[in-house]
Design a protein. Structure first.
Length: 245
């Protein structure tokens, strides 16, 4: 019996790892599609695509998966994806923005609405919470990928045209005007920096703590949204108190 239980435990862990890997590949595929659609499928002329291809290689994503994403971007295969953003309120009235890339808006809208209602939230209308967020260009350089100290990295970021930088224990987070992201990204790459990320993201202007009696519901909402294959990003204007984590 113990051997049988051990086999099931191992199989369960393997299935969980496979599911997690599948989710990662799905997200990378959609990112590849998005950046290739916007900037072309030739990496030599599309720095953002080069970055996403590096992520695919780092995740050991099969080449066939990568090629399918690029084929979709170039019109091969017939599937057409579009970006749709949803705005809603989590438990306790917390603001949540959900960025999706979908080939079936009806399916995606139903799934997003269901996630909010399952966990004590509600889907809002366009503009209901978006005013609480700012769009910014966002570039990340890992600390272990550069010899620069914080001051040197800040000067390099400002010289490249960035607006601000935040240093954490593991990385340098560089912020730009969205229209200036490609200029800053290219300048940093030309200067020899290896970028871990480069994209336009939403950042909350302010955050509020999730009420203690709503934390379980709120966490369930974010998990369900994040697990949806159509969801690219979930942006939150709320935080869970440290002592509740």
């Amino acid at each position: 019996m113990s051997g049988h239980s051990k086999w099931h435990n191992i199989q369960g862990r393997k299935n969980a790892q496979d599911a997690k890997r599948g989710k990662i590949f799905q997200k990378i595929s959609r990112n590849l599609y998005q950046v290739a659609k916007a900037g072309g499928v030739d990496p030599s002329g599309n720095p953002q695509l080069r970055l996403e291809l590096e992520k695919a290689r780092a995740a050991n994503m099969p080449k066939d998966n990568v090629q399918r994403a690029l084929d979709k971007a170039s019109g091969v295969g017939g599937a057409k994806f579009e970006e749709v953003t949803y705005e809603g309120y989590g438990p306790g009235g917390t603001a949540v923005m959900v960025s999706t890339l979908t080939d079936n808006k009806n399916r995606t809208a139903a799934a997003i609405r269901s996630a909010f209602s399952h966990h004590g939230g509600s889907l809002g209308t366009n503009g209901s919470v978006s005013y609480m967020f700012d769009r910014k260009g966002y570039v990340v350089v890992l600390r272990d990928e550069t010899d620069d100290d914080e001051d040197s990295m800040l000067m390099a970021a400002l010289d490249a045209g960035a607006d601000d930088m935040k240093a954490t224990e593991d990385e340098y987070q560089i912020y730009t005007d969205p229209s200036n992201l490609s200029t800053v990204r290219d300048a940093l790459q030309d200067a020899g920096y290896k970028l871990d990320n480069s994209e336009v993201r939403l950042f909350p202007q302010n955050t509020t703590e999730v009420p203690a009696d709503k934390i379980e519901q709120y966490s369930g909402l974010i998990d369900e949204l994040s697990d949806n294959d159509d969801v690219q990003d979930v942006y939150e204007a709320a935080v869970i108190p440290e002592d509740a984590k």
